[in-house]
Design a protein around this ligand. Structure first.
Ligand code: IMP
Ligand code: MG
Length: 186
């Protein structure tokens, strides 16, 4: 398969430049997969992806895991089409899987303020899983102000707007195979 791997892209009138390459993503996911294999041996976990942003990361992450596991999705919206969070969470799709007494791995593309993940963790508590852990591809550590414990992080990044590999700007750019960062106006 040959991917489209430009050095910079335009999306909705903004210029984005390469930030994390496909090679770097692949290498990190391979290590995360090994960690998950070790930590979840014999536990048959359920990966729960937070839609839409996590779909590409989750698909690639699961293919780096070799233990038996399942997958389900939940859809949240907190952003609208803006570059900053609107501050409230709406549940657009519920979880279908039976969560009680299961080992749950919540999968996010990015944790920014932590609002969405904080909501997911509270939701999980009510459903009485055997355990809950959080994996995120990206973490904007300095922007996180809600209480979330993150167990596995792909990359810690600065508080800048990023695009690609599932992450969108006004719904576009999710199909890019690498991660790009917005070019700041000077
Ligand atoms: P939080 O609830 O503030 O942690 O935001 C989490 C959600 O906001 C993520 O799942 C993304 O969908 C979106 N988001 C946060 N930062 C970015 C970004 O830099 N680019 C694209 N989407 C983002
Ligand atoms: Mg998201």
């Amino acid at each position: 398969m040959s991917y489209y791997l430009p050095e910079s892209v335009e999306c909705n009138g903004e210029i984005f430049k390469i930030f994390i390459t496909k090679e770097q993503i692949d290498a990190r996911l391979s290590l995360l997969g090994e960690e998950l294999d070790r930590d979840y041996e014999g536990k048959n976990p359920i990966f729960i992806g937070v839609l839409n942003g996590s779909f590409i990361f989750l698909a690639d992450l699961m293919r780096n895991v070799s233990i038996p596991c399942e997958v389900d999705f939940m859809k949240l919206s907190s952003y609208g089409d803006e570059k900053v969070s609107s501050g409230n969470v709406t549940e657009l799709k519920h979880i279908d899987a039976k969560i009680k007494d299961r080992h749950i791995i919540l999968v996010e593309d990015i944790i920014d303020t932590g609002l969405s993940m904080n909501y997911m963790l509270k939701k999980m508590d009510e459903l009485e899983p055997a355990s809950v852990k959080v994996v995120t591809l990206l973490h904007k550590k300095e922007a996180t102000r809600h209480d979330v414990t993150i167990d596995y992080v792909g990359f810690e990044i600065p508080t800048k707007f990023v695009l690609g590999y599932g992450l969108d700007y006004a719904q576009e750019g999710r199909n890019l195979a690498q991660i790009y960062v917005i070019e700041e106006h000077t």
